[in-house]
Design a protein around this ligand. Structure first.
Ligand SMILES: [Fe+2]
Length: 303
């Protein structure tokens, strides 16, 4: 029996965007205009920093060995937002202990400003031994566990929020998964868009079928995503049995907003007689000044 490894999964933080971030009108002559309307019209009343702070305090008190952030730290991909996102990641821990990947809101437009902004988050979006580059997939190894970070963030037309891995990333993913399988590692894949289950209209993973074919051949022990703002469980077929595909709710949604309330997921991974055993505790926001409730406990045994 190996020593157990406990880590946290959070997603879709949507840290606040302020009017002061929008001082350059030229930045809004594109789809960002519609996204800004959505944020200032509605979404800013759904995502609350007080909820995020409460959940982070709860999470840090449980002292997980690692924290995984599966994207959408920002809303409009504006410079001020990246500054705050970088500070927020630093508040969780160092890049040794925290891993992040981008979501569609973190690359709303594939332009210089957004790419520069993402560079500020790059220390958290790099693998072991990568000093400067921010390439996907990247890998971080923790004992016999390997985190595999992917990017599905692409620029899409107004009204769309779909994602894509692309051929190059998929090819590398296939190699990474095959090598880690030969080494008997526990392979944990992180991507923003859900690779199984219902897809958002105009917001799904474009290469979902090819991704499923990769998993069918190489397998994985656990696949984690955000994007849907719901905690969810689906599976993909792997060579050794079903592979759990787990989504986590947004970290910042308060109760009573007709959206699933904030959750963070706590995983425990252990190898028992050669088989990876994975369990999940779902911690749900219960209100200001209240401790989180344990909403679900799930055992996800890989075969
Ligand atoms: Fe999101």
């Amino acid at each position: 029996m190996s020593q157990s490894f406990r880590f946290a999964h959070v997603s879709d933080i949507h840290l606040p965007t302020f009017i002061g971030d929008c001082s350059r009108p030229g930045a809004f002559l594109n789809k960002r205009f519609f996204s800004a309307l959505s944020w200032f019209g509605n979404r800013r009343n759904i995502h609350h920093k007080t909820v995020t702070d409460h959940m982070v305090k709860d999470l840090l008190a449980r002292a997980p060995a690692h924290i995984l952030v599966t994207g959408d730290l920002t809303n409009l991909s504006l410079p001020g937002e990246y500054d705050r996102a970088a500070g927020w990641l630093q508040s969780l821990g160092t890049p040794i202990d925290v891993t992040a990947i981008p979501g569609n809101h973190d690359l709303l437009l594939d332009e210089g400003g957004a790419r520069d902004g993402l560079l500020q988050l790059a220390p958290y979006m790099r693998g072991d031994g990568q000093q400067n580059a921010r390439t996907f997939p990247f890998t971080k190894r923790k004992n016999d566990i390997i985190f595999i970070g992917l990017s599905t963030a692409i620029e899409t037309p107004a009204g769309w929020c779909s994602g894509r891995l692309g051929e190059t990333q998929r090819d590398h993913l296939r190699e990474v998964l095959s090598k880690a399988r030969r080494e008997n590692l526990c392979r944990i894949i992180a991507l923003h868009h859900p690779p199984a289950g219902p897809q958002k209209p105009r917001g799904g993973l474009e290469d979902i079928e090819t991704f499923a074919q990769i998993i069918a051949k190489t397998g994985a022990e656990l696949i984690l995503h955000g994007h849907t703002h719901c905690s969810s469980m689906h599976t993909l077929s792997g060579p050794d049995g079903p592979v759990p595909v787990m989504g986590v709710a947004s970290l910042s949604v308060r109760a009573g907003k007709h959206y699933p309330v904030s959750c963070w997921h706590e995983y425990e991974v252990q190898r028992v007689q050669g088989v990876w055993k994975i369990s999940l505790n779902v911690h749900r926001y219960a209100g200001r000044n209240l401790p989180t409730t344990l909403a679900a406990q799930v055992i996800l045994n890989s075969a």
